[in-house]
Design a protein around this ligand. Sequence first.
Ligand code: PLP
Length: 388
Amino acid sequence: MKFADRIEKLPPYLFAQISKKVAAKKAEGIDVISFGIGDPDLPTPTHILDALHKAAEDPANHRYPETEGLPEFRQAVSAWYERRFGVMLDPAKDVISLIGSKEGIGHIALCFIDPGDVALVPDPAYPVYEIGTMFAGGTSYALPLSEEHGFLPDLDAVPADVAHRAKVLWLNYPNNPTGAVASIEFFERAVRFAQRYDIAICHDGPYSEVSYDEYVPPSFLQAKGAMDVGVEFHSLSKSYNMTGWRIGMCAGNPKIVDALMRVKSNLDSGASQAIQRMAIAALEGPQDAIAEHNDIYQRRRDRVVDALRRLGLRVTPPKASLYVWAKAPAGMTSAAFAERLLDEAAVIVTPGNGYGPSGEGYVRLSLTLADDRIDEGLRRIAALPALA
Ligand code: PLP
C-alpha cells in the first residue's frame, strides 16, 4: 500500500502527542490535570438542547440537508451579524453553514490553492490553515507574530514577490494561541494589502464572543472593503459550548461563499438540520449565557495569570479567547518547560512551538477545565520552586 505524500507530510496531531503522554501517566496511576485542549467544559445551554429535541421529532430533519444550510439558519446568522456587528449580509448569497468551522477552513484551501500556490499563514497559528494549504498542494509562507507587534503580522515585511504569488491571507483574532486581539484599523490595513496584491482574506473568528474586562471584539467584516476581498469563518462551538455538535458558518464575499459551496457540495452533504435548528435557537435566543461563561473564564484567567506570575513567568492577561499564552522561563524551550510541568506537577500545558516556530519559548494554557481542576493544577504549579 502506498499513501499519498500529503499523508507522509502530516505532522503528528498536536493533541495526539499530549493525549499519549496523559495516557502513559494515567497508566502509572497519576492524576494528570490538562490545560491542553480548548474545549469548553460547561454544558450547552438548555434552550439550545430543547431546540434539538424538537427538531429530532420532525421527519424533515431526517433527510439530507442542503449544502448551503437552511434558509432560516442563514437568516439567523445574517440577523446576528447585523445585531452584533452592524454588518449587513444577504442570507441567500453571503452565508453558508459549515460542519464546524474547522471543516470550512480545511475545505476553502481547495477554492484558492492550486499546486505550487502560496498562502500567507500566521506563525504561531491554529494548524488547519497550513494543513489545508498543504492538502491542496500549496505552500505556506509564515507571517511571524511577535509580542512586540502585539501578535499581529507585519504585512509590510512580506516580500513583494511572495505577496504577488500569494492567493490567500489567513488571519485569526481573537487569536489562538496567543490570546491577542485586533482592531478594525488593523483589518483595514489587511484589506488594503489584499487589494494591492489581489489576495483573498480568510478571517477566522470563533472567539469573538469570548472576551473579558468589557472588551468587545470586532468582526473582520466591519472593516471597510472587507466584503470585497474576504470572508469570515465563525462557529457556535466556543460561544455556546457546542463543540460536540459541529456547527459553524462562513460569511462575507458572495463569490468566495459560492466557491466554498461548490467544493462542499462535492465532498459533504451539509450540516445536520437538527443541529442547524440548535444554532438558530442559540443565535436568536437569550444571550445571558455568554456573559455568564465569560465571567467564569475571566475568574479562571485571573487565577491562572496570578499563579504563573508567582512562579516568575512573564504573562499578559488576554482580553479575549480561551487561552493564556505564557513565556517559558528564560533559557527553557517550550517543550522542556511543558515536560517539566508534566513530570514535576502532573500538569499538561501545550508547547507553543506546536503552533509554529515563532511559538517557541511559549506555552499555552486553556481555561476550559472545571474550577476544582484548575485549583488543583494551580496548587501543584504553586508548589514548584520558582523557575525564573
Ligand atoms: N479556529 C480556531 C482558531 C480554533 O481554535 C478552533 C478550535 O479550536 C477552530 C477554528 C475550530 O472550531 P470548530 O470547528 O469547533 O468550529
